[in-house]
Structures are given as C-alpha cells and as structure tokens.
Design a protein around this ligand. Sequence first.
Ligand SMILES: [Zn+2]
Length: 199
Amino acid sequence: MGYYPSLLMDLIRNICRLPGIGEKTAERLAMHILNAPRGEAEQLSRNILKVKDRIKLCSICSAFSDGEICDICRDRTRVSTLLCVVEQPADMVAIEKSGSYKGLYHILQGVLSPMNGIGPDKIRIRELISRLKDNKVKEVVLATGTNVEGEATASYIAQRLKDRPVKVTRIASGVPVGGDLKYVDQVTLRKAMETRHDV
Ligand SMILES: [Zn+2]
C-alpha cells in the first residue's frame, strides 16, 4: 500500500472501510476514480453528500425517503388494508423487487435481540401498534427473517396483536430457515408471500 502518494492512499483507505471491500478492490476502485472524467468523480462525491444530507426516514413507515413521507406511503394505488412488517429497509426493497406485494410497509429498524440488549422499546413496535389503532389495516404480514431473532420478533408481535381485530400472517414456506430476506431470491420471496399463513 505504501507505493501510492498519501492523497491516493487516503482515498484507498476510505474505500477500504466500506463493507465487503478488500484492499485490492479498494485500490482498483480508487484507480477507476482517478482515471474517470472529473464530472463523474464530482457527481459521485456530490451524491454521497446529498444522500447524507437529504435522505431521512419516512414519518409513517420508516423507510428511507427524500421527503417527509415516502413514495410507497403516498401511493394511493397501494392496498392500504395490508401492512407488511420487515426488519430493515433492504427487506422492503427485496419484497418490492419480487413484485408479489401491493400493500404498505412498516419497518421495525431492527429486530428483538435480548442478548444484545434490544428489547421491544428499541425497535418500532409502539409505532406499529399505533398505526393499527384506527382499524383500517385488516391484515398484518410478518416478514421478519427466519433466523432465531426474526422468529422471536414475529412471535412477539403476533402476541401483542392477538386481541386486536386484525388478521396476522407470517411468510414462511420457501424462505430457508436462518434466511435473511434481502438475500433470498425473488421467486422464492414471491412464493413465500403468496403462501403466507395465519399465526
Ligand atoms: Zn413510508
């Protein structure tokens, strides 16, 4: 790594900190940026700052949004009686890509994990309950992961909702046990959504 001028080294180190990027890839990406037209490099750096400054969480579902309310929550053609609960924004994106779901979402921004001190008050369960207060939602689809924490979170929410006038279903079939939704292929995810079952 010491073969490069320190300015270039700084960039390589920055890129190296990104998840999944090793030293060799960081060097290759830094070289690409160095050799790219100035406009391309400017656009990249500008977009990084824009994302940092302007992307926030939707005040309704907690998805990433460039406004107060995200595109999905604003979309009147979505089925507003159907609410899918996921752990992270990436899970919502995975379900959207599968094309199997036309309802709304609620993003927990985490998962119950007593071992790591993450209890129900640390994820957006209170917000979920308050979204159900007007009884407009008729079905809650629990689409948390199929690992231990995802299952525990789904059971906890099902328990909390059992006295409410809402059907609670769980995606399961097809999603491998221990599966993280965002790594499940789209066909599998579509099947899992279509064959969701009551809990
Ligand atoms: Zn939203």
